[in-house]
Write a protein that binds this ligand. Structure first.
Ligand SMILES: [Mg+2]
Length: 213
C-alpha cells in the first residue's frame, strides 16, 4: 500500500475567515493594527511564524511567537463559526481510502487541525496519520511532515496534494508527486513556477488523476 498526503486549509476545507479573525484578535490584543482580509489571506499556507512576521512587520521573536500562540488559541472558537468542507473533499477522501492510506499534513498545530476538522464536519478517522507543525521540527515547505508520516506508517507517500507553493516545495523535497489545487490564493501561474506534476481546479478532480491506470 501507498499513502496520499493532503494539506488541510484551502485544500480540504475553507477556513480563511476563521484564521483571519483569529489573527486580527491576536494583533489587537498585542496593540497592532488590524490587517485587511485580502492582504492577509494571500499569505496563508506559509509557515505560521512567517505569517506572524508579515502581519506585525516585526522581527522580534517574542512578538512573533505571541501572535502565533494567540492565533492558535482564538482559532478554536473562530473555527466553530467558519470552517466548511470544500465541495467534493469528503467524497475524494472516501474514494481514495479504499486503495490508499491517507495522511493529513498541515502547518496548523495538531490541536487546531482537530478543531478545524470537527467544525468542518470531516471525520478525523478518514486519515491514517495526522501531523501538524508541532509534530515536527520544521513545517512545510520542509519535507518533515511527509517524511514523518512515511516513517510512522512504514510506507511511501505517492502524492502530496495542496493549494500553496509550500505544499509543492515540501512534496518535491520529499520526492513525491505533487498535485496543486486552485481552491486557495495561489494562482495557476504562481503554482506553475514550482512545477507541480498536476494542477487541477479542486480536490474533487484528484481521484481521476490518482486512480487512472
Ligand atoms: Mg493550504
Amino acid at each position: 500500500m501507498e499513502m496520499i498526503c493532503f494539506d488541510l486549509d484551502n485544500t480540504l476545507i475553507n477556513s480563511d475567515r476563521a484564521h483571519y479573525r483569529a489573527y486580527n484578535r491576536a494583533l489587537k490584543e498585542l496593540g497592532f493594527k488590524k490587517f485587511p482580509f485580502n492582504k492577509m489571506v494571500k499569505h496563508f499556507g506559509a509557515p505560521k511564524l512567517e505569517i506572524a512576521k508579515i502581519l506585525t512587520f516585526s522581527k522580534n521573536p517574542r512578538i512573533i511567537y505571541k501572535i502565533t500562540y494567540l492565533h492558535a488559541k482564538y482559532l478554536v472558537n473562530e473555527a466553530k463559526k467558519d470552517a466548511r468542507k470544500i465541495k467534493g473533499s469528503e467524497k475524494t477522501l472516501k474514494l481514495l481510502k479504499k486503495k490508499y492510506e491517507l495522511g493529513l499534513l498541515s502547518n496548523n498545530s495538531h490541536s487546531n487541525i482537530l478543531s478545524l476538522l470537527k467544525s468542518a464536519k470531516l471525520e478525523k478517522s478518514l486519515f491514517d496519520v495526522i501531523l501538524g507543525n508541532d509534530d515536527v521540527k520544521n513545517s512545510k515547505p520542509y519535507p518533515d511532515e511527509i517524511l514523518k508520516a512515511e516513517k510512522l506508517l512504514h510506507l511511501k507517500a505517492l502524492y502530496m496534494v495542496g493549494d500553496s507553493i509550500y505544499d509543492i516545495i515540501a512534496g518535491k523535497k520529499a520526492k513525491v508527486k505533487t498535485i496543486a489545487v486552485l481552491t486557495g490564493h495561489y494562482s495557476k501561474n504562481t503554482l506553475k513556477e514550482y512545477n507541480p506534476d498536476f494542477i487541477v481546479n479542486s480536490v474533487k478532480d484528484v481521484p481521476k488523476i490518482i486512480l487512472k491506470k
